[in-house]
Design a binder for this molecule. Structure first.
Ligand code: AGP
Length: 607
């Protein structure tokens, strides 16, 4: 949700600290700020509304100096987007300065208590309450560490905090409770970050903090302790597999387009995941009486696509419940498996669903992109999808990879349950192996045509995305893509719903997109075409996304994107890529902020 960075070194770190927070902007970019301290213990704070480059210019970040500092880029949860509410926040005498990610649920009571002691507040944030609380505890205890820990013990809710103080120069204090935070271990400096992008340019050696832990970091050392007990915890240093070059744009105008074009190799990586991991997940899925798949936003639709693959190829229909609704709906017990899908591994709602499951003794599993993330470290069964850093807030390559992993697990489960033969599974795996080339061909041969359609239709503000069977969740995910990157209203729904009410919407100011199955899927193909006919009969515009057929007659589409004849097993995945391009080109035509659409954040780590 927000990005936290911190560096402690011998030499000046100003430019590195500004770079660190720039690499975290995809986590939130309403406002940003830096706090730097030099040897004399004077802390200077500079912050404002806007993205890093804009604020750095306005506030002369690079004219500041210090060998220890913290920085923050904000996605507003408490308090409007104003300079006063941007981080870092300082205690009255500036002796303590902190940045925070998360939501402190008891901040109102704490604010009242501190107000009675004479504390004055400059902002409406829960974060400012924390820094005054630490100051108050220091006045009582006289020790920075005891004050920091006692303040943490009084907080309820979620937090990742980094703090510097004039009372203990040369140290960064940091802590985490359900909001991500990790340490970077360098040769001549040490780092703190919400994720590895904060310091991957400087070191790939990381220490992952667990919930309820705090760390004290100096330029040559770090110690990790439990907030509850103060006991030291041994945490191994792990080597990150990624580097920032993988996360850079590589010549593309936007991360979104880069990540769409990475999809052929991302699918290869998903197909190269060790079969033993896939089999372990499949075994867990079929051995439990109840099998749930959960995710939210895009990963909920990925879960829905997985539901169809399990139903079609494993003969089981997992319950798919969005993680924000999970604890209100799912009946989970020790005979359940809950499989979470998440790119970041830090999404609050999906973490809550897993915690809900674990509290009821269910087995838990996850398909995740970010190694070392909270979800990756809490489940019984884990598949790391290996899609590399996904920087664009809009998930494309990571979501596609998750669909492939679910399809592979469904095939394994189908063979284990003797729902399909090993030979049939092998055939489907071979078809999956054709997907990277099919995507490559699509990207190279159809992008310009899809761009032209997007441009022609970019004046339309309302879209219906329609699909049947496993093309239905494809339609829903594609509608979300269109909404979140181009701000155009789009609704994904089963094409069978049309005649039950929605058809009343058909008009000149509404377009429909129909995800058409392959001709081999006879029933689905026929039903989908009849939905398109219903729209055309009312002079509605229909964009048909379809595959080459043997049919001679024109299909009921106003425009169509025709893909080569494709095995039905991989057909929905190819159509997802078409939707990626359609939404991308609509958004570029409308001059949207592609990689950081308004009001969005890459990882929603608050409730
Ligand atoms: C993706 O395009 C969306 N921005 C969003 O729905 C995202 O999929 C959702 O927030 C879940 O994130 P996660 O995969 O990191 O858990």
């Amino acid at each position: 949700m927000c990005g936290i960075a911190g560096i402690v070194a011998h030499e000046d770190i100003t430019a590195k600290l500004v770079d660190s927070i720039r690499n975290l902007e995809y986590r939130g970019y309403d406002s940003c700020g830096v706090a730097l301290m030099n040897g004399s213990g004077v802390i200077s704070v500079s912050k404002n509304v806007g993205a890093v480059d804009e604020v750095s210019e306005k506030e002369n970040f690079l004219k500041m100096s210090g060998n220890i500092g913290i920085a923050h880029t904000r996605w507003a949860t408490h308090g409007n987007v104003t300079k006063a509410n941007s981080h870092p926040h300082s205690s009255g005498n500036k002796a303590f300065t902190i940045t925070h990610n998360g939501i402190v649920s008891n901040h109102d009571n704490l604010r009242t208590e501190l107000g009675k002691k004479g504390y004055k507040f400059k902002s409406g944030t829960d974060t400012e309450v924390i820094v005054h609380l630490i100051d108050d505890q220091f006045k009582k205890l006289g020790s920075v560490e005891s004050a920091f820990v006692n303040a943490m013990r009084k907080l309820e809710g979620t937090y990742a905090i980094a703090m510097i103080t004039a009372h203990d120069k040369g140290k960064i204090y940091c802590s985490r409770m359900e909001s991500p935070l990790l340490l970077g271990v360098g040769s001549d400096a040490n780092y703190v970050g919400s994720d590895f992008n904060a310091f991957i340019n400087y070191t790939k050696s990381a220490v992952f903090l667990e919930d309820g832990e705090y760390a004290i970091v100096t330029h040559e050392n770090h110690v990790v302790k439990k907030i509850a007990t103060g006991k030291t915890v041994e945490r191994d240093v792990q080597e990150l597999q990624w580097d920032l070059e993988m996360a850079q744009k590589g010549g593309f105008p936007h991360y979104m387009l880069k990540e769409i074009y990475e999809q052929p190799q991302i699918v290869h990586r998903a197909l190269d995941i060790d079969g033993a991991e896939i089999r372990e997940m499949a075994k867990a899925a079929i051995n439990q009486k109840n099998f749930f798949i959960t995710g939210v936003g895009t990963t909920f639709y990925v879960a829905q696509i997985g539901q169809y693959y399990f139903s079609n190829y494993a003969g089981i229909t997992p319950m798919v419940i969005s993680s924000d609704e999970f604890r209100f709906l799912a009946q989970v017990d020790s005979k359940s498996l809950v499989l979470a899908i998440s790119q970041s591994g830090e999404t609050y709602d999906t973490l809550s669903a897993l915690r809900h499951a674990k509290a009821r003794k269910a087995k838990t599993a996850a398909i995740i992109n970010v190694m070392g993330s909270s979800m990756a470290r809490m489940v019984d069964h884990l598949v790391l999808q290996g899609s590399g850093p996904e920087i664009c807030v809009i998930s494309t390559k990571a979501a596609l990879a998750q669909m492939i992993v679910l399809a592979r697990i469904a095939l394994e489960a189908g063979v284990m349950r003797k729902h399909i033969t090993a030979k049939e599974a092998k055939t489907k795996e071979k078809e999956l192996r054709k997907l990277p080339n099919a995507i490559d061909k699509l990207l190279n041969e159809q992008s310009a045509f899809i761009h032209a359609i997007a441009k022609k239709q970019s004046n339309i503000r309302h879209w219906l995305f329609l699909g049947r069977g496993r093309y239905y969740p494809v339609a829903r995910e594609s509608a979300l893509k269109m909404k979140e990157v181009s701000y155009v209203h789009a609704e994904g729904m089963p094409s069978g719903f049309l005649k039950h009410g929605t058809i009343a919407l058909i008009d000149d100011d509404l377009n429909s997109v129909v995800f058409t199955p392959t001709e081999d899927e006879k029933d689905l193909f026929k039903l989908t075409l009849s939905s398109a006919e219903e729209i055309r009969a009312r002079n509605g515009y229909v964009l048909g996304i379809r595959f080459k057929t043997k049919l001679k007659q024109k299909l009921p589409f106003s425009d169509e994107i025709v893909l080569p004849k494709t095995p039905s097993f991989i057909a929905p995945f190819l159509q997802v890529v078409v939707a990626h391009l359609l939404s991308y080109f609509t958004a570029t035509t409308l001059k949207r902020n592609i990689d950081r659409p308004r009001a969005l954040a890459k990882s929603v780590t608050v409730e």
